[in-house]
Design a binder for this molecule. Sequence first.
Ligand SMILES: [Zn+2]
Length: 250
Amino acid sequence: MNEDVRNLLLVQGLDDEIAVRSAEIDSLPRHIADIRKRLHAHQSQLKTDKDALAANQKQMRDLEGQVADHKQKISRLRDQMMQAKTNEQYKAFQHEIEFHEKAIRAAEDREIELMESAEALGTNVKIAEAALATEEASVKAESTEAEKRIALIRAERDQLETERKQTLQHITREVRAAYDALKARGRRQVVATIEAGNCTACRMSVRLQLIQDLQLSDKLIRCENCLVYLYATRVTAVDEHGPSTSGIVS
Ligand SMILES: [Zn+2]
């Protein structure tokens, strides 16, 4: 195999490894942002439930205050009723007392409703608080884990980039320029082999003459269609795993 092509193959492999790590480095912060967003949604749900519970309790206190007021008024009216001079006066006081008694019953009915919903709200808050504590701990642990993982993958990627730079230095300038040009066009593959007479990068057939040149010499040969550098994989004998899939048709 041509020395440049051999090195290009190494560089291409390193490019792929670097790309895998870059993708993971990019995806981890996104994942952390997602779980934090979910956590915030649960935190704000808990706040809503707590606010509802507080509003319920405030309403309860207000009603208790109103009931006390009515009771005080009734007691005053009863005193006044004792002093009533006429039947009409007596009936008027009685009527007023009935009004306050009715208001007390309505307030007490409402208190029962509030107590029932307070029970449900209190249960919700307790469940949400327990779930949140677990979720907060796991988000924290996952964030720490992700930071460690990112640092590790960054170090691996740096190492791979150093290796890549060193390997590129062993490639002749002309081939390196061609490699840069292919990469600049967004091409992932710069080296390819031939399978069933086709370039494995673009799947177009390669002229037989080029295939023979590849097998017999270590000339630099590029696919005439997609311009990748080609290398030959020799037809290997049928082994225990079955026929080689990388054989060249001759
Ligand atoms: Zn091609």
